[in-house]
Design a protein around this ligand. Structure first.
Ligand SMILES: CC(C)(COP(=O)(O)OP(=O)(O)OC[C@H]1O[C@@H](n2cnc3c(N)ncnc32)[C@H](O)[C@@H]1OP(=O)(O)O)[C@@H](O)C(=O)NCCC(=O)NCCS
Length: 175
């Protein structure tokens, strides 16, 4: 599955897909998106995301289909914060979240040349915690409380350094 998913810059033609996901109540609740926004507001939001460009957000694409996105948030040149979403929620549980998040790390370390990448997950966001663990990220502790599924929940923090990433994902010889 992994080889068929790739990341690319967001395009205006992606807006309709992401705006559709805003009608997926399950996705909105898990991702912390506003529920019940009308279509016009959802499209306007995505247009702002695309044109603002403050967060590096890349579309995750399988074949011709947009199946998620990855954020590498921050303005520093040596580190960023990883975020990821798979949509719609009917696609969850097939390994796509792991694939998309892994591509985010690859992008951060190979294309952006980062020294480290941080990520956070709500303690009860079991799928996301599992993904960060499977990616070989090290848990650095808990920081603050955020609302997840409507409940105040401690946030678990993770980090992976370039060195650790390269140790776990050696570049094949000749590349
Ligand atoms: C988090 C999210 C990306 C997971 O996507 P996904 O495609 O379901 O992820 P995967 O299929 O790769 O599953 C990841 C792991 O979580 C486990 N998992 C999935 N749902 C789970 C659940 N409800 N409870 C416990 N474990 C779960 C899977 O079994 C898998 O672990 P494994 O590889 O050991 O079997 C997706 O649910 C999502 O987009 N959520 C909203 C946004 C979000 O929370 N983003 C993360 C915070 S930045």
């Amino acid at each position: 599955m992994e080889s068929s998913v790739h990341l690319r810059p967001l395009r205006h033609t992606d807006i309709a897909t992401y705006a559709d996901w805003g009608a997926d109540r399950q996705l909105c609740l898990h991702a912390g998106w506003t529920v019940d926004l009308d279509r016009f507001a959802r499209e306007a939001h995505w247009l702002r995301v695309l044109e603002d460009g403050r967060v590096l957000r890349l579309a995750a694409v399988r074949g011709e289909e947009v199946i998620g996105y990855v954020d590498l948030a921050g303005t520093e040149t040596d580190h960023r914060e990883l975020g990821y979403v798979v949509g719609p929620s009917s696609r969850w549980g097939q390994g796509l979240g792991t694939t998309v998040a892994r591509l985010g790390l690859q992008q951060g370390f190979s294309a952006l040349g980062l020294e480290w990448i941080d990520a956070e997950a709500a303690e009860t966001n079991h799928a996301s915690v599992r993904i960060l663990q499977r990616l070989g990220m090290t848990e650095t502790g808990e920081q603050g409380v955020d609302t997840y599924l409507g409940v105040p929940t401690p946030t678990r923090c993770f980090r992976i350094t370039r060195e650790s990433y390269l140790r776990q994902n050696p570049v094949p010889e000749g590349k």
